[in-house]
Design a protein around this ligand. Structure first.
Ligand code: UD2
Ligand code: MN
Length: 612
């Protein structure tokens, strides 16, 4: 009975298989294509790579803003390909199985089509391609991505203080965790490594227990594993590591990084020159799908948006001019991404360590950045130091108590302790944070601020981030309303999951309660800016169009983004072209500038909205 059936099958299975392969190739092949490695243009950033992450790229492709999106926690039922049993079986297995040349020089890993199903199932565990990671040796080679000048600049760094490297982790994969460790050992001068401290934040994977303890004993740099007795979150795990460390400098890394040659010397040099500096490397991108290594922009600094989410912004205008002379010198940044930095150990504690009331994930990077700046320290990026980090689209682990509750509580603490009037702005437009505001016990942190005699947030904005796009008493904040139609100027709404706030400026009916997407700041310099550092922009000369289009794009500081509001005529004059803002003939075409004519079409009302 079975035999003829099998025979029949044996005739059609090659056909089925080839169809399967062809379909899979179509789905997966384009994603596994090697990224064009930017050898020629050192400041090229692979925009395609960033696409899946929260990334905003303006039409000229200069500005890239990457943020982290937190997804839900591990939920096996969401993935139809995987059963509870299979999942619990898979997560405890260490399937590390390196092949000598896989991922070499930071190249992408190619998974053979026969493994695609398992690959997808494994992806779910850590929210990155675990199968790819498990095929790459722990000591894979990476390109030297530094500018040439960096090599001579740091060649004399023999007498630097040494560092304790602290890596905290919760349920990290074996291959990514140990590739981090081996890249530290393999690419740092031995005498600069005091020790490596791994802090296990209550992981439950078998292989992260005794096998890890055994493994680290064999390493040539003293390495220990500290273990939390309950889930304590990354802030308390880092505090645990820092408390145990004995090196003069602390260097923190996430548990899925790869350091490139020469990464450590610039960080230690900068801290050695001034013990009150917190110094981050340039964070390159390890692709979550292929593990390809891509060099990232050096000319980005860190800041944050109106929702207090960390953002990379392009270093523009005068800031860039100042750097012309010495493009590899470390530069000051308003905030750091959080995971990768060096600082003096004693200064870390003098400055108040971390806010130990912050749970699990989020907020600590801004808290530490504000505290450093406001209390007499500084935050820098050393462009000669490059470390790769595996950016994921969602978080793989649980957030006990709920993602929202945890993240908003952490951010509420940041705002309440450090941001003065701007805390009110944050709470006003972030009801989720407002809801947890009163639960925060912050007395100890306010006492710290007092004791360290820290400066206020206005000082921070004025001096550390003068290009900021937050409201302030010297500028307009509110709605820009078309007088005739009573419609509100609005930035283009986000399309799908990943916001793309560039495009045409549009006019829509005003929301009854003020919403951030209809709020604009107009600075004394005449820049009309909104959240995410995007500006109202029009060409100074456009010989092709009688009524050139007005766009919303990355702020550039250029004259094409300067406006003047005439209270008498109620017109919004574009300074570069001397033309006036008005709606386009067709609504879907948004806004244009046109010869000023005192027509009611060109009249606008600026309706201030109280923000504090
Ligand atoms: C970024 C930072 C990260 C941290 C975070 C905000 C970079 C590259 N990464 O998010 O360091 O500042 O923003 O909080 O700048 N972990 C624990 N216990 C937990 C949760 C996480 O030990 O309960 C570990 C985790 O295993 C990892 C590190 O903390 O090694 C950072 O977590 P992440 O990689 O999920 O954060 P990431 O890179 O999205
Ligand atoms: Mn990370």
């Amino acid at each position: 009975m079975l035999v003829p059936k099998l025979r029949k099958l044996s005739r059609i299975w090659p056909i089925l298989l080839s169809i399967g392969i062809i379909i899979s190739l179509f789905i997966i092949w384009p994603r596994s294509q090697p990224e064009k490695y930017p050898r020629d243009d050192p400041d090229y950033v692979s925009l395609r790579l960033l696409e899946g992450q929260k990334s905003y790229v303006d039409n000229r492709g200069i500005q890239v803003v990457v943020g982290h999106y937190i997804g839900d926690s591990v939920d096996t039922l969401q993935n139809p390909n995987i059963t509870e049993d299979l999942f619990s079986d898979l997560i405890n297995k260490n399937m590390f199985n390196p092949r000598p040349y896989e991922g070499k020089d930071g190249n992408p890993v190619m998974i053979p089509p026969k493994d695609f199903l398992l690959m997808k199932q494994l992806f779910h565990i850590n929210r990155f391609n675990l199968m790819a990671s498990d095929r790459i040796p722990l000591n894979r080679t990476l390109p030297d991505v530094r500018k040439k000048m960096c090599i001579s600049r740091y060649s004399g760094s023999k007498h630097l203080p040494s560092t304790s490297v602290i890596i905290v982790f919760h349920n990290e994969a074996w291959s990514t965790l140990l590739r981090t460790v081996h890249s530290v050992i393999g690419r740092s001068p031995r005498h600069l490594l005091h020790e490596i401290i791994l802090v296990d934040d209550f992981s439950d994977r078998d292989f992260l227990g005794a096998p890890l303890d055994e493994y680290v004993k064999r390493l040539e740099v003293p390495t220990k594993v500290l273990r939390a007795e309950k889930r304590i979150g990354l802030v308390n795990a880092r505090l645990m590591g820092a408390g145990d460390a004995t090196g003069q400098i602390l260097t923190f890394l996430d548990a899925h990084c790869e350091c490139t040659v020469g990464w450590l010397e610039p960080l230690l040099t900068s801290v050695a020159e001034d013990r009150k500096r917190l110094v981050s490397p340039v964070i390159d991108i390890i692709n979550d799908d292929t593990f390809a290594y891509t060099r990232s922009f050096e000319m980005h600094w860190g800041a944050f948006n109106w929702d207090l989410h960390f953002r990379w912004l392009t270093l523009g205008g005068s800031k860039l001019e100042q750097r012309r002379g010495d493009i590899v010198a470390p530069f000051k940044t308003p905030a750091m991404a959080g995971g990768l930095f060096s600082m003096d150990r004693e200064y870390f504690f003098e400055l108040g360590g971390y806010d130990d009331q912050m749970q699990i994930w989020g907020g600590e990077n801004l808290e530490l950045s504000f505290r450093a700046w406001q209390c007499g320290g500084s935050v820098e990026i050393a462009p000669c130091s490059h470390v790769g980090h595996l950016f994921r689209k969602s978080s793989p682990y649980t957030f006990p108590g709920g993602v929202g509750e945890i993240l908003y509580s952490n951010l509420a603490r940041v705002a309440l302790v450090w941001m003065d009037e701007w805390a009110e702005f944050y709470f006003k437009f972030n009801p989720e944070a407002d809801r947890v505001r009163d639960k925060q016990q912050i007395r100890a942190r306010l006492a710290l601020r007092e004791q360290l005699q820290c400066k206020n947030f206005e000082w921070y904005l004025d001096n550390v981030w003068p290009q900021h796009f937050f409201p302030k008493d010297d500028r307009f904040f509110g709605k820009i309303i078309h007088s005739k139609t009573k419609a509100c100027l609005m930035r283009p709404p986000a399309k799908g999951t990943y916001a793309q706030p560039f495009g045409s400026a549009i006019l829509e009916p005003c929301f009854p309660t003020p919403q951030l997407i209809q709020m604009f700041v107009m600075t004394p310099e005449g820049v009309i800016v909104t959240d995410e550092s995007i500006c109202l922009d029009a060409p100074e000369r456009d010989t092709h169009h009688e009524k050139p289009k007005v766009r919303i794009t990355a702020c550039s500081g250029q004259r094409r983004q300067k406006w003047h509001y005439d209270i008498q005529t109620k017109t919004m004059v574009h300074i570069g072209s001397k033309m006036c803002l008005q709606p386009a003939a067709k609504k879907e075409e948004g806004l244009v500038i046109s010869t000023c004519n005192a027509n009611v079409e060109q009249q606008w009302d600026l309706e201030a909205v109280p923000w504090k």
